[in-house]
Design a protein around this ligand. Structure first.
Ligand code: PSV
Ligand code: MN
Length: 427
């Protein structure tokens, strides 16, 4: 299924006058504060976030899985689904593949299909957290950290294969997330596990084309519950530094212990020039992988505050970040959920762009704590939704994405085309 942009424009017509009224009101308010709207709109139009190929079907928990109906059953259909999101929002111009869940049969075909939707391929992700049929060695006791060199060699080769697949598609980066660790004290030697992992990552790094980046993701627990080999940003950073200049830390918002100050992590990683990218999601308790910004929108705003500060004060030459969503859930229509996530990311970004940075810096210098808080919260409490709608409208996308998605009857049509029982690969 492909969305006809003329249909989107047609639906926009009904919403246009109310939208223009709301946008004009916001524009005047911002003008009074000395904030011109056009640069904000240009920034929003430029922000593209990659959609993960594994989030297009209903997610499951270990207790069960409830299908949405019309789920994509192959990579081609996953690309079509991202194309639908992009046509409605013009802000999801990339797709991130997980291998071996999404191995293309013909890379050129797949690239052409993606290009027809205006999509490019973002980071490719390796998977050494599950055993695959006919795989000689098991990852039950780890992959890159394993005590047995032949298991490590198999996991290294898988990552090199992922790089080859990514190259054929035009990707420029690989994300490595390891489930490696231990569930019981005494199960492994921390140092040996770290050293094995470091040597393996160095081998994978050496196999990357010179214009590629490696993103090393961390996670404090799950599936291992006593120790993870890469539990935190410090471990990830040290491994990235030991690999080389093109290795970076990747921050997944769900991969922190409760109440961790993620914005501070972002700030320090950017200062070191080693923040590679983001997996956006939201959580209440752990790695819940819920819709971005639905539980902690203020935290998301504070993260964007540091991201923008980092981009504007970039002595360490931190490269442009890879923005990716990594969410999944078993209740909502995945496409609606992803549209909501995109909206939340853009709201946080737009609000953070409104922060009066000079005034904030002065307040910090003068230790005026109250003023610092007022400056942040003034930006956070501004309703920027008309700005987002205007950016979308100017890009030829929907003024109101969820309304448009529903009025176009996307899900019923997908169910008609694909049936009710298809299952998308993923977790
Ligand atoms: C692990 O929890 C993770 O965040 C990693 O990014 C995986 O590759 C992804 O989820 C998909 O399962
Ligand atoms: Mn992730």
């Amino acid at each position: 299924m492909k969305i006809d942009t003329a249909q989107v424009q047609e639906l926009n017509k009904r919403l246009l006058s109310e939208h223009q009224h709301q946008f004009e009101f916001l524009r005047q308010q911002l003008d009074k504060q000395g904030i011109p709207s056009d640069p904000l709109l240009a920034n929003l139009q430029a922000l593209q976030v990659a959609i993960p190929s594994w989030a297009l079907g209903a997610g499951g928990t270990r207790f069960g899985r409830f299908s949405t109906g019309g789920e994509p059953s192959c990579l081609e259909e996953k690309i079509d689904d991202v194309g639908i999101i992009h046509a409605i929002t013009q802000s999801a111009g990339a797709i991130s593949l997980h291998i071996p869940w999404d191995i293309p049969n013909d890379a050129t075909d797949i690239q052409e299909r993606a290009a027809a939707h205006g999509l490019v391929f973002d980071a490719v992700n390796s998977n050494t957290f599950q055993d695959q049929p006919n795989q000689p060695h098991s990852y039950k006791f780890g992959s890159l950290c394993h005590t047995d060199a032949s298991v490590r060699a198999q996991a290294i080769e898988h990552n090199l294969e992922v790089i080859r697949i990514g190259k054929a598609l035009g990707s420029k980066s690989i994300t490595v997330w390891l489930a490696d660790g231990s569930s019981f004290p005494g199960q492994l030697n921390f140092r040996t596990a770290y050293q094995n992992t470091r040597a393996a990552l160095q081998e994978i790094y050496a196999g990357m084309p010179s214009d590629w980046k490696m993103y090393i993701e961390y996670k404090p627990y799950e599936p291992n519950f006593y120790s993870m080999v890469i539990p935190d940003w410090g471990t990830s950073l040290s491994l990235a530094q030991d690999c080389g200049p093109n290795a970076y830390t990747l921050v997944d918002l769900g991969h922190h212990l409760p109440n961790t100050n993620i914005e501070q992590i972002v700030s320090i990683l950017m200062m070191k020039g080693r923040l590679g990218g983001f997996h956006f999601n939201d959580s209440k308790y752990g790695d819940d992988d819920l819709t971005v910004g639905n539980v902690k929108p203020y935290q998301l705003f504070l993260i964007f505050n540091e991201l923008i500060y980092g981009m504007e004060n970039n002595a360490a030459a931190n490269p442009p970040l890879a923005w990716m969503i990594d969410a999944s859930h078993n209740l909502k229509d995945p496409l609606e959920d992803l549209i909501q996530s995109l909206e939340a990311i853009r709201i946080a970004y737009a609000k953070a762009l409104l922060i009066d940075r000079e005034a904030l810096s002065n307040a910090q210098q003068e230790n005026d704590v109250t003023r610092g808080q007022e400056i942040l919260q003034t930006a956070f409490r501004t309703d920027v939704r008309p700005l987002l709608a205007e950016a979308r409208y100017r890009s030829g996308a929907a003024i109101a994405p969820i309304i448009t998605y529903r009025e176009l009857s996307v899900r019923p049509q997908l169910i008609k085309e694909r049936g009710n029982t298809t299952v998308a690969t993923g977790l």
